[in-house]
Ligand binder design. Structure first.
Ligand SMILES: Cc1cc2nc3c(=O)[nH]c(=O)nc-3n(C[C@H](O)[C@H](O)[C@H](O)COP(=O)(O)OP(=O)(O)OC[C@H]3O[C@@H](n4cnc5c(N)ncnc54)[C@H](O)[C@@H]3O)c2cc1C
Length: 284
């Protein structure tokens, strides 16, 4: 794991007691509204229990039972069910790996073995360091580097961007997440990367390509999350936040932004790369 001891202690607490307290806090304060709120990275609506589950500091059974008990106290059924569904995705990944032990390395759908991935090192570096010119992608990648965590919605966006817009093999993303995530988990990470890439079991269809601009506008409309991790865009009006290259010159100047210098120009054109990805997929 890349994060040093000091930084880990800054962002995370460990141990069984701490995991139980975290669960209790989540069920008391953040379960209400989970179904909707879990998609908004600036909101504190997810449990952050993935780390504790991974290290066995709490078991999925404990989480399951404690959540079920919330039904007795009038918690919303849809929030409870949705949270339990997410836990089931985790278990499904473990189940898959126990039956298909090549999950971390081999495409579950072998037709993807022939996919013409690219190996463009400078694009890979830009993705890893959060310098792609797409603010939601960059915020996510910098959150990962800084804290060892990334919100699930943003994980899907950065993964789709790497695999579909940059045409880079999901193994590259898998490895970088493996190095940086505090909750890095062989089954969950592998299944999730295969899901985004379209080659997994019950995967997102290949043609589902997340658009980082519209995802940002929809799920971080106030820019709270994005600006937290990209302070250089702090002064940019939200209207241009997810596509800074469309901002008029005077607005960029007033926001202290020089594109290509203080913040990168987009490293790839979204619509051209989307079209190329779909064409490559058609050939499989
Ligand atoms: C490309 C990619 C890579 C991922 N790599 C990992 C990984 O290495 N380790 C990991 O634990 N999760 C991984 N996930 C799944 C998910 O992003 C995290 O489990 C979740 O963000 C953890 O935050 P949380 O505990 O606040 O989740 P909550 O929303 O509070 O969910 C509760 C628990 O359910 C499980 N869960 C939630 N969402 C998912 C999901 N989409 N798939 C499977 N299980 C889920 C987790 O154990 C989580 O702790 C990955 C997702 C993607 C798209």
């Amino acid at each position: 794991m890349r994060l040093g001891k000091k930084k880990i202690q800054q962002y995370w607490t460990f141990g069984e007691l701490s995991a139980l307290e975290k669960l209790e806090r989540f069920l008391t304060h953040h379960l209400a509204g989970y179904k909707k709120g879990r998609d908004y990275p600036a909101e504190n609506h997810t449990s952050r229990l993935s780390v504790n589950l991974h290290f066995g500091e709490i078991s999925p059974h404990q989480v399951w039972q404690a959540t079920q008990r919330c039904r007795l106290f009038g918690a919303s059924e849809e929030d409870i069910d949705h949270f339990l569904n997410e836990l089931i995705w985790r278990e499904f990944s473990c189940y898959l790996m126990s039956h298909f032990n090549q999950l971390p390395v081999k495409n579950f759908q072998s037709k993807f073995d022939a996919f013409p991935w690219k190996k463009t090192e400078n694009l890979i570096d830009a993705w890893k360091t959060g310098q792609t010119g797409y603010p939601l992608v960059d915020a996510g990648m910098r959150e990962l580097w800084k804290t060892g965590y990334m919100h699930n919605r943003v994980r899907m966006v950065v993964a789709s961007f790497l695999v579909k817009n940059l045409s880079i093999h999901w193994h590259v993303g898998r490895d970088w997440f493996w190095e940086c995530l505090v909750d890095a988990d062989l089954a969950n990470n592998s299944a999730s990367w295969q899901w985004v890439a379209g080659c997994g079991v019950d995967a997102a269809p290949y043609f589902r390509i997340f658009n980082p601009t519209t995802q940002g506008e929809k799920f971080d409309s106030q820019g709270t999350y994005t600006k937290k991790f990209l302070p250089e865009l702090k002064r940019l009006p939200n209207k241009y936040l997810f596509q800074p290259w469309t901002a008029p010159t005077q607005i960029l100047a007033a926001s202290n932004i020089i594109l290509g210098k203080t913040y990168p120009n987009p490293i790839v054109d979204l619509s051209i790369s989307r079209k190329e990805a779909l064409e490559a997929y058609q050939k499989l």
